[in-house]
Design a protein around this ligand. Structure first.
Ligand code: ADP
Ligand code: MG
Length: 274
């Protein structure tokens, strides 16, 4: 699904990613572990096109998304991202947060079709072989209603349907993060990227968030998760990558990495965190 080939990223003279190569298959759950400052967040941000790589390729379903010419918005919508700091819009209600992107995309697609049809119609005035128009069977109101239904279904799933009309500031960290997760799911992404999703939470809220991520994993979602929750990584991940100083130093099954790490740096890191 994703092929990362010799990915480099520098900020000024500082090289933060020093040649990352990794293939992610559909349905895999990849846990990325490693010391702070090793480039884990930068790597996720490159995957999601929040950063432009300095060199290298990221092939997502056959298209190089590191190439400046591709429309990254089309690809980004297939990647759900969940951040440490939740990143909910505080001036919007929970329901609005979840509906925002699906409505925006639905309506902009509708507009694009209308504009294309306009030009096809003009072309058809002069053409012998008339081109077919795009079929339009929706309206902005329908798009909004569908997004609302979907958001409510997702809220029900996490038991927070009664929070639909409140603002994020009234929620606990665990509730905010679970809403951030379903907000990403509302886009029907093909991949979910998590950057330390439980690191900003009070300890008693970590479990509910990990439980939701575990459910999403069990439903077959392809996931990349940067985490310090080693127990969780061990249980849920199909593969673990150990990053240090901008490189993947070691990768393997959770069993291999956690019980028999080969690289001395992996051993040293694990001895500190386990
Ligand atoms: P990790 O997530 O593993 O802790 P990061 O990817 O956040 O690591 O950071 C890796 C290195 O890149 C750090 O040394 C950090 O200071 C640097 N860095 C990250 N973002 C920027 C930026 N926008 N500008 C300059 N340096 C950055
Ligand atoms: Mg980070």
């Amino acid at each position: 699904m994703i092929d990362v080939i010799d990915l480099h990223k520098s900020y000024g003279k500082v090289e933060v990613l020093k040649g990352i190569t990794v293939s992610i298959k559909k349905g895999e759950k990849i846990a990325i572990i490693g010391p702070s400052g090793s480039g884990k967040s930068t790597f996720l941000r490159c995957l999601n096109c929040l950063e432009d790589p300095t060199s290298g390729s990221i092939i997502f379903e056959g298209v190089d998304i590191a190439d400046m010419r591709v429309d990254i918005n089309i690809h980004r919508r297939h990647m759900g991202m969940v951040f440490q700091q939740f990143n909910l819009f505080n001036n919007k209600t929970v329901l609005e947060n979840i509906m925002l992107a699906p409505v925006h995309i639905g309506i902009s697609e509708l507009r694009k079709k209308k504009v294309r049809n306009f030009f096809i119609k003009i072309g058809n005035l002069f053409a012998k072989n008339k081109k077919p128009l795009y079929e339009i069977n929706t309206t902005p109101a329908k798009i909004k209603a569908e997004a609302r239904d979907n958001a409510m279904r997702l809220l029900k799933r996490i038991g927070l349907e009664d929070k639909a009309n409140v603002y994020p500031s009234t929620l606990s960290g665990g509730q905010k993060q679970r809403i951030a997760i379903i907000r990403a799911l509302a886009m029907n992404p093909k991949v979910m990227l998590f950057d330390e999703p439980t690191s900003a939470l009070d300890p008693e809220m970590v479990k509910e968030v990990l439980e939701l991520i575990r459910q999403v994993a069990e439903e077959g979602m392809t996931m990349v998760i940067v985490t310090h929750e080693m127990g969780f990584a061990r249980e849920v991940a199909t593969r673990v990558l150990f990053m240090d100083e901008g490189k993947i130093l070691e990768e393997g099954t959770p069993e291999e990495i956690f019980t028999n790490p080969k690289h001395p740096r992996t051993r040293e890191f694990l001895s500190k965190v386990l």
